[in-house]
Design a protein around this ligand. Structure first.
Ligand code: GLN
Length: 397
């Protein structure tokens, strides 16, 4: 029996979530299931995780690594994280004082923001942005200040960025390689951002989960490696995308000791800790050689090119991604009034799910002719989607 909720209940809805809307990305997944559409909306692989990694998780469970790990992360996993950053970026981290293992990058971001932001603080965000960052900021009572990334190359206006920084700015959130645009911020762009962080005494909070998914020679530079930025950076990452285990929910936050101290406190009370056996499997994952990462990027480059061709043949204008596993498209050639009307049509009539571009924008009217597709899927999934997408024009109202 459903409880009676006909009496006014707003008294029980906290102000901090009053402006929350449902996650559009996850809503699209539900719609895809309902209409049996091919899901190119939510970014998760539909192919198996690496067999040896699954075996490492089995082994950890069999070895009875089944109780709480240390709240900020099992020691062998933190050591593996430190070793990987030393190897990849020559970044030296103290596993005892600068690493916090979290339940995915999502928790890493919330825990970090809750640890540093007070109500009234401001956070600079590039737009379009991954939809979590807005609500994350609101949970802290902080104010987002948006700066446009402009199609087709998703560059930003340095003056607009500078104007977004104020004495109340505590941080900028930076996601590179970027979801949803596929932009990879260049060293010059990062240096400019670093300069503003230093001038305004702000932190750079970076979501780097697509760090190894790069195309056409693009290079990922963690802003923490730039001069003067080590003590101003909170670097967030996870196993999800690099090792194709988005459901494991194992991520980490790298930050200087004083910030780590605050982040660990929030993390401890939020979740106690990430799954212990999966952290043990993470020791195996993070020990992979460069070949693994080269192969990963090569695989995704093939899938990117495959989807780009299918979309272009179907009449989409595509912004070619240099990283991550999404293609942002412009649908203005297809004759729909809005991205939402288009996606509704795409899911129910064409049988392919995608994400309406407006969900990546704060201002009304943003992304109204943009739609995001993901390509972290089996070739056969992409092929079937390609066949269906060819009907887009024919079925248009
Ligand atoms: N990062 C993925 C995406 O953008 C998954 C989002 C989610 O549901 N957490 O599609």
């Amino acid at each position: 029996m459903l409880s009676d909720v006909s009496i006014p209940r707003t008294r029980f809805r906290a102000q901090r979530i009053a402006r929350f809307t449902e996650s559009v990305i996850r809503e699209m997944t539900r719609l895809a299931v309902r209409h049996q559409a091919i899901n190119l909306a939510q970014g998760f692989p539909d192919f198996p995780a690496p067999a040896s990694l699954k075996q490492a998780a089995h082994d950890a469970i069999d070895a009875d690594i089944n109780q709480y790990a240390i709240t900020w992360g099992a020691k062998p996993f933190r050591d593996a994280i430190a070793a990987k950053y030393r190897r990849t970026y020559a970044l030296e981290l103290d596993p005892e004082r600068e690493i916090t293992v979290c339940c995915g990058a999502t928790e890493g971001m919330v825990a970090s923001l809750l640890a540093i932001l007070d109500p009234g603080d401001e956070v600079v965000l590039f737009e379009p942005f991954y939809e979590n960052y807005g609500p994350d900021t609101q949970l802290c009572g902080a104010q987002p200040r948006y700066v446009q990334l402009r199609a087709p190359d998703w560059s930003f206006d340095p003056d607009q960025l500078r104007r977004a920084f104020t004495p109340r700015t505590k941080a900028i959130i930076l996601n590179s390689p970027n979801n949803p645009t596929g932009k990879v911020f260049t060293r010059d762009e990062l240096s400019y951002i670093a300069g503003l962080c230093q001038e305004f005494d702000a932190l750079a909070i970076t979501d780097e989960i697509y760090e190894h998914i790069l195309y056409d020679g693009a290079v990922h530079v963690p802003i923490a490696t730039l001069p003067g930025m080590r003590e101003r950076s909170i670097l967030i990452n996870s196993m999800s995308k690099t090792y194709s285990v988005t459901g494991w929910r194992v991520g980490w936050v790298l930050a200087p000791p004083d910030l780590t101290d605050s982040i660990r406190k929030v993390h401890d009370f939020l979740t106690v800790g990430a799954a212990a056996p999966l952290q043990q499997a993470g020791v195996y994952a993070l020990g992979q050689s460069d070949d693994y990462y080269r192969h990963l990027a090569g695989e995704y480059q093939g899938r990117r090119d495959f989807l780009l061709q299918a979309l272009q043949e179907a009449g989409f204008q595509c912004f070619i991604p240099r990283g991550a596993y999404y293609v942002m498209t412009d649908i203005s050639g297809l004759g729909f009034a809005s991205d939402e009307a288009f996606v509704q049509h795409l899911i129910s009539k064409v049988g392919v799910a995608a994400v309406p571009g407006s969900s990546f924008y704060s201002q009304k009217g943003g992304g109204l002719q943009q739609v995001r597709f993901c390509f972290c899927k089996k070739y056969e999934t992409l092929e079937s989607a390609g066949h269906r997408l060819r009907k887009v024009n024919v079925t248009a109202p």
